[in-house]
Ligand binder design. Structure first.
Ligand code: SAH
Length: 244
């Protein structure tokens, strides 16, 4: 199950942080590392700080957008020290995030996403996420080093996994409660967006309204089955629109 948990680092500036993140992952049994546009990689400094986790670096995938890194994931958790304006479901405690992630990782890939050292994640990147998590810290200085943030969240995930193993409790979720992949969710969102335009509900490009509805559906966390019901509903409405 831990192999379903992917760590995604967005546009890392210092290659040493990539190495230290790989080490943090391996100590917690995580191996899936995806790098979105790293400034320098591969790099000696990354290899040096990875120490015994060079294998995690070697198998790391480099991609050119966050979309590409998380499209197949059923849950995408953005780690951020600050609350953003987008009202995504938010985990205030990493252990609550870890319990949820471990449950989803039973059946499908999930991602934990970390931002740039200087500027974190952009709003567009947060929009790729289904959830956010913050590591509670000193209110006067609560921003952790990137690889240390990876360490803490990886530790929590490993701990939640260990607890499940030790109790012999197998997380079970009915098949039709499986969450949709991000790609399926995106198709729904664009179908909804299209229909809002065509039906005259949106008379001008009104990013805010669309965004609010997107956040609503993200919070609702529909299952795959529920999402396909919603799509069926949209198609039924669509068939009553006058020809354009
Ligand atoms: N100045 C940036 C900080 C970036 S730190 C900002 O304001 O967002 C680099 C990354 O480490 C962040 O993007 C986030 O993914 C992670 N991180 C650092 N501190 C964190 C915290 N307290 N909680 C959750 N993630 C944190």
């Amino acid at each position: 199950m831990l192999q379903h948990i992917r760590i995604v680092l967005v546009q890392t500036f210092h290659p040493g942080n990539i190495g230290a993140a790989a080490r943090a992952m391996k100590t917690m049994g995580l191996t899936e590392l995806v790098l979105v546009n790293p400034r320098l990689f591969p790099d000696e400094e990354a290899t040096r700080l990875a120490a015994g986790a060079a294998d995690v670096l070697e198998s790391a995938r480099v991609v050119s957008s966050l979309d590409e890194a998380v499209n197949d994931c059923v849950q995408v958790v953005g780690a951020s020290a600050r609350l953003r304006s987008l009202p995504l479901p938010h985990f205030d405690e990493p252990d609550a995030m870890a319990a949820d992630v471990i449950q989803n990782a039973q059946t499908a890939p999930v991602a934990l996403v970390f931002g740039r050292e200087r500027s974190g994640l952009t709003n567009d990147e947060i929009r790729c996420c289904t959830h956010q998590v913050s590591i509670p810290a000193n209110p006067d200085y609560g921003i952790l080093n990137l690889s240390q943030a990876v360490q803490i969240l990886a530790y929590e995930v490993h701990r939640a996994w260990r607890k499940g193993e030790a109790s012999g409790f197998a997380y079970q979720r009915p098949l039709d409660a499986t969450p949709p992949s991000r790609e399926q969710f995106m198709h729904f969102q664009s179908h909804l967006g299209r229909l809002m335009q065509q039906s005259g509900f949106l008379t001008q490009p009104h990013a805010r309204t669309e965004e609010q509805l997107q956040a609503l559906f993200a919070r609702a966390q529909p299952s795959r089955k529920e999402l396909s019901l919603l799509r069926g509903l949209l198609s039924a409405f669509e068939s009553h629109l006058p020809e354009q």
